[in-house]
Design a protein around this ligand. Structure first.
Ligand SMILES: [Cu+2]
Length: 154
């Protein structure tokens, strides 16, 4: 009996340690069930440019950047950018052509993409552009943009 309870205690403390060490994210909490997703796009879709991309969020609300309110954030669209991981999840999301901020709280955007394959991912950032704990990110999808037909003559 004594040995059994020791084994349980060890298992519990190991589990707690593993959970703590896996958390790599900013300090703003996100609800466990929070989800970001593409409303109108899925992996493997073929689209034409400009692409209207609609940003879905469930379990949280959208707030403009700079507005610190519980369980809110603003969308970021990663275009052909590597997935955020490690320290990048503790830092403000970069601002460049591959990391587009929607700091006014926009929930859709019309995006120009060159013909060919592109990866897209949504990442929610807190009021200061740092991913939540846990990070709220969509699936990383690949879409194929068709060549423009406007330049062709019949
Ligand atoms: Cu931002």
């Amino acid at each position: 009996m004594r040995r059994l309870s020791l084994a349980i205690a060890l298992t519990l403390s190991t589990a707690a340690f593993a959970t703590t060490s896996l958390v790599m994210a900013g300090e703003t909490p996100a609800p466990e069930n929070a989800k970001a997703y593409f409303i109108n796009l899925k992996d493997g879709d073929t689209v034409s440019s400009p692409v209207l991309i609609r940003f879905g969020l469930s379990g949280m609300g959208v707030a403009p950047s700079g507005t610190e309110a519980p369980n809110t954030g603003h969308h970021h669209l990663l275009i052909d950018a590597p997935a955020l991981e490690g320290d990048a999840l503790n830092e403000a999301i970069p601002v460049d052509s591959g990391h587009v901020h929607f700091g006014k709280g926009q929930t859709e955007a019309s995006v120009n993409l060159a013909p060919g394959k592109h990866t897209l991912q949504l990442v929610l950032g807190d009021w200061s552009h740092i991913p939540h704990n846990k990070p709220v990110m969509s699936e990383r999808i690949t879409v194929t943009v068709e060549p423009s037909t406007q330049a062709k003559s019949p």
